[in-house]
Design a protein around this ligand. Structure first.
Ligand code: THU
Length: 166
């Protein structure tokens, strides 16, 4: 038996004013997207903005449904649309933020497990590290440089393709 220790790095900023202009712009677009999320059940409005390596920014927000599991998170709405419209472009940064109608969210929103799996696959497909910029409505910002930080040991297509019959 052997044990290995893995380390990862997360950058923390006290507020968005410490960020560079391009990350601030992405958070602004994520916030704007959050403001028109369709979240009549949770009232928790999430916004995501993806920067592609062709310079385009694609946004998305959570879309809920009376049949609860039929809804979709903001991150996946944005990434699925980005890949359907610009399949040749790689996502290089994704900002996530949220608005709660009850109490202002003062801590960073981190993506759910299903979104991490989707983010990891598009990072691999695009061949470029995907920076993730996470903030609540206000307050500190967390930034990770690659999905390897948010989802180490993700299930990936190379393993799948090795074992399934074609
Ligand atoms: N939600 C997202 O949009 N992204 C996440 O990463 C986590 C949760 C949405 C799903 C649901 O509409 C609401 O937030 C409450 O869970």
């Amino acid at each position: 038996m052997s044990k290995e220790i893995y380390q990862f790095e997360i950058s923390t900023y006290k507020s968005e004013s410490e960020l560079d202009q391009s990350d601030r712009e992405l958070l602004t677009q994520a916030h704007e997207a959050a403001s028109h999320a369709y979240a009549p059940y949770s009232h928790f409005k999430v916004g995501a903005a993806v920067r592609l390596n062709n310079g385009v920014i694609v946004t998305g927000n959570n879309q809920e449904n009376a049949a609860y599991p039929s809804g979709l998170c903001a991150e996946r709405v944005a990434l699925f649309f980005a890949n359907s419209k610009y399949p040749e472009s790689a996502p290089v940064a994704l900002a996530i933020t949220a608005i709660s109608e009850k109490t202002p969210i003062s801590e960073p929103i981190t993506p759910c497990g299903s979104c991490r799996q989707v983010m990891a696959e598009y990072e691999k497909k695009g061949g470029k590290d995907l920076r993730v910029i996470m903030r609540g409505q206000e307050g500190p910002v967390l930034i990770t440089h690659s999905m390897k930080v948010l989802l180490p040991f993700s299930f990936a297509d190379d393993l799948l393709l090795k074992y399934i019959s074609k």
